[in-house]
Structures are given as C-alpha cells and as structure tokens.
Design a protein around this ligand. Structure first.
Ligand code: ZN
Length: 68
C-alpha cells in the first residue's frame, strides 16, 4: 500500500506546515528592505510597505502614495 503511505506522509507534512504557520505566523508579511518600513496608512487604511524619504522624516505609502 505505497499510495496510502504517501498520503499519510503528505498529511503529516501538511500538519507540520500548519503548525509552523501558527507558530511563526503567516509568511506573506514582507520583510522591509532598507529604506522601507511596514506601517498602517491613515489615508487608505492599508497595512503596507512605506518608502522612507532620504531624510527619514516621512514615509510614502506604496499603496496610495500619501505621506505619513
Ligand atoms: Zn495609503
């Protein structure tokens, strides 16, 4: 019953994946690169990537282009 064993194995991998997800969170959260940060935009309401201006005082929302 090789097929049944494979199915069991896949099920185990899937459960490990789900457990890892709940432990480490969703992998979809992008890691900010230098000069970027993830913020909550007060203008469009998105929790998204912001690009910091050269002075680092303001950040531009990558979704709507507003500064915050
Ligand atoms: Zn925005």
């Amino acid at each position: 019953m090789a097929l049944r064993a494979d199915e069991l194995h896949e099920d185990l991998l899937y459960r490990r994946y789900l457990r890892a997800l709940s432990r480490y969170g969703e992998p979809e959260e992008p890691q900010p690169s230098p000069g970027h940060s993830i913020r909550h935009c007060p203008t469009c309401g998105a929790h998204t990537m912001f690009r910091l201006d050269p002075e680092g005082m303001w950040a531009e929302c990558m979704r709507c282009g507003h500064y915050a």
